[in-house]
Design a protein around this ligand. Sequence first.
Ligand code: TLP
Length: 344
Amino acid sequence: MRIIDLRSDTVTLPTQAMRDAMYNAELGDDVYGEDPTINRLQEMAAERMGKEAALFVPSGTMGNLVSLLTHCGRGDEAIMGSESHTFYYEGGGSSALGGIHVHTVPNLPNGMMEPEQVELAIRGQNIHFPRTRLLCLENTHNRCGGAVLNLQQMATLTSIAHQNGFPVHLDGARIFNAATALGIQAREIAAQADSVQFCFSKGLAAPVGSAICSSKAFIQEAVRVRKMLGGGMRQAGVLAAAAIVALEQMVERLAEDHSNARILAEGMMNLKQVHVDLQSVQSNMVMFTLANRNLVQQRVLAQLAAEGLRVSSMDTLHLRAVTHYGINSEDIALALEIMNRVLG
Ligand code: TLP
């Protein structure tokens, strides 16, 4: 049976071109800075984000963690959205491993935070308070259903941080999806942040890895933090080779994922047992809820899976379907057929 796996764009498998590039990659010891493929990827990543330097890390989680630990010391405070990946899904790593005090501000359904709320979260000079050291943004916004922040929205929040003398980190795990949705270059989005991490292993389909991009001085310190966390890898060029192909060949096609998500969401509007807000579908995700609260989410997931469709549970209320490389318009039609049988 064909399985249509819409749980995440992390399930994408590497392309043949990636596998070939991995097989043929020129390698060295990256802890010595001597892996030519890693060095090439880092230059490319920095250039794509319009930053001075970049660092390859094994995951998006480590990309955020290394960035936060580079920006903040123990007891410093980082402001972030209540629905941000960094707060919600990263095991509390920044506090467990970095002693960073997290100050959440409610995320609005569109991925934004109220500027006034961000301003209110900033600490004044007072011996009772931790020191506000960082603002974290996320674009596209995972738990807000792949919502896209436009440049104006980002600038509004960034300028609050900068006016108050602290930097901005962007979790740009899907920054190329945001750029695709906005019809601009990723570096225009990255320009709104002092550091950005983005993932090769989501919609870009590489098997492993993320990049942190920022100033030379920041990346120099981030190299030390990555090593401390055990993220200094040796012949990591085998991974970078696939990531290079991801940057060269997989960015343009993201538009196809966005249009598939749109078609899926439009089709889902006709399902009696599902509630989906079409306006919230801005990139490659469709977030939805079950109209009838008596339907047990786990049972619905199992019924869909039994018919060959996998979607994921974001919490007890929200379900998520993500389009990606390997999912074509026929799969979307089939997914809708299955949903119709189970939830129509
Ligand atoms: N997101 C995953 C899960 O962790 C939920 C997914 O399936 O969407 N930032 C953002 C915005 C992310 O969505 C993710 C992964 C990460 C960071 C972490 O990346 P990895 O999984 O590489 O550590």
